[in-house]
Design a protein around this ligand. Structure first.
Ligand code: ACO
Length: 446
């Protein structure tokens, strides 16, 4: 007697017997079942490709505009838990780094994965500090910009131009060459930024002073006038350094994604960093703190805050500096920034817009509209107030973001390059256009 072929298991049975690390998918179009391995809480999108209606079918893809639910990579750099309001670089909480570290040490951590020893930090600082000067020809590019050119436009162009000075940067799989470009990029970003700023004022460029700290030297190149030696105010120097720490990385955001995507073509890191800087330039990314200041100015006084909030709730406009795609809790960076703001105001005087900001926050945190939608202050809510008090024009705000984010961009780039699974980034599309049709001569067109 032939053995009776057992009935195929039901989906529920299969899912139960398949073990905990798989996902059972039933295609209701065909009735077929598929078992997809689950690794680190994810399925591989390519495993979907086996799901086909028939032999001619290309196979299933996932549709995910804006990468809302697609992991692009495995990463070991930055961890964010948006619900709990947690941000860590290489496992270290942002609060501890902001209190105890410096930007250069944090940049080392982000790039190398571990905090440096004293010797490693000294060597790292030496190399970054000795790459702060830029080629004199770059000054000529800057001179070509109009006096009111946006400094981010100048930054994007001059960062890209650096690639023409360092053709060795194309050797991206040579570790020694990568190290050198990393020193150069982190060292030169403040110099390019300060030169762009002084160009907009028509002031002579101030060369780096390598005796000063990373933030101190940046302040020197921005604000030194006739004094023989610039002595940065220690409170402002530390405040800027902490702001740099807070902005050093934020995992797979728009500009980090631009860095990885452009870098995946194996272009040199200057060109990829120029692309990341361009992504940061957009008002939905690095430009929000500027919008916060405009909003606070528009509100004008504390007494007008309730009316403004009413209009926000009616959908007339957003409360800028509130809400975040990832954080559904108080952005941990906003908490630290609020403390720094007080320290800066003690030196520079209280920014008159602060009271309006505090009142917006007070009302919003108690209001059902904001509570229900989990809208809390983000990093941009107070940073603009600090930058303004320190004497920066609003156009410099995204530049102040780009300088420290360079370490994060390069870490993301290097991680991508060394990841054997990564290839040139090339998403798929779902084509919904015309089927094939024949060319119509112009005289026959309706
Ligand atoms: N003010 C008022 N309502 C808001 C705000 C806000 N700032 N942000 C979101 N909402 C509302 C939305 O209208 C929506 O309401 P609904 O459910 O009634 O339609 C709900 O909250 C969810 O908002 P989404 O737009 O779906 O949230 P998303 O994650 O797409 O947007 C974003 C996040 C872009 C940051 C948004 O909160 C925003 O525009 N905030 C103001 C701009 C800002 O501060 N950007 C800086 C972000 S930090 C950074 O990039 C460095």
């Amino acid at each position: 007697m032939n053995p009776v072929k057992p009935a195929p298991p039901t989906a529920v049975e299969e899912a139960t017997t398949a073990g905990p690390n798989t996902l059972t998918v039933i295609d209701n179009r065909t009735g077929k079942k598929y078992e997809l391995p689950v690794t680190n809480g994810t399925i591989r999108a390519l495993d979907l490709r086996q799901i086909k209606v028939d032999g001619k079918d290309f196979g299933m893809m996932s549709y995910d505009p804006a990468f809302n639910n697609t992991a692009l990579c495995y990463s070991k750099i930055t961890y964010i838990d948006g619900d709990a309001g947690i941000l860590r670089y290489r496992g270290y909480p942002i609060e501890e780094l902001a209190e105890k570290s410096t930007y250069l040490e944090t940049a080392y951590l982000i790039l190398h994965g571990e905090l440096p020893t004293r010797e490693q930090l000294d060597e790292w600082t030496y190399h970054v500090t000795h790459h702060t000067f830029i080629h004199e020809s770059i000054k000529k590019f800057l001179d070509g910009f109009h006096y009111d050119a946006h400094p981010m436009g100048m930054m994007i162009s001059t960062i890209a131009a650096l690639s023409t000075f360092y053709p060795d940067a194309k050797d991206i799989f040579n570790e020694e060459s990568r190290r050198k470009q990393i020193y150069r990029l982190i060292g030169k970003m403040p110099t390019l930024a300060a030169f762009a700023y002084r160009h907009s004022l028509g002031m002579p460029f101030e060369y780096p002073d390598n005796d000063l700290s990373y933030a101190g030297n940046f302040l020197n190149m921005l604000f030194k006038t006739t004094e023989l030696k610039y002595h940065p105010n220690p409170t402002l120097e530390r405040a800027l350094d902490v702001l740099f720490i807070l902005h050093a990385d934020h995992e797979q955001n728009c500009s980090a994604n631009a860095m990885r995507c452009v870098g995946s073509s194996h272009v040199d890191p200057y060109s990829a960093t120029a692309a990341a800087t361009a992504a940061l330039y957009g008002p939905l990314h690095g430009g929000a703190n500027e919008e916060v200041l405009r909003m606070l100015k528009e509100i004008g006084s504390v007494s007008r805050v309730p009316d403004y909030i009413k209009r926000v709730k009616a959908g007339e406009h957003k409360l800028m500096g509130f809400g975040h795609r990832i954080y559904k809790n108080y952005d941990p960076r906003a908490r630290i920034i609020k403390r720094i703001a007080d320290e800066v105001f003690e030196v520079m005087g209280r920014n008159p817009l602060t009271e309006i900001a505090l009142e917006c926050e007070r009302i919003a945190l108690e209001d059902d509209y904001f509570v229900k939608r989990k809208l809390y202050p983000n990093v941009d809510f107070y940073s603009g107030l600090i930058y303004q008090s320190m004497g920066f024009p609003m156009t410099m705000f995204p530049v102040l973001f780009a300088i420290p984010r360079t370490s994060g961009w390069i870490a993301q780039w290097e991680e991508m390059l060394l990841d054997r699974e990564q290839k040139i980034a090339r998403p798929r599309q779902v084509y919904l256009g015309q089927e094939q049709r024949s060319y119509v001569p112009i005289e026959s067109r309706a």
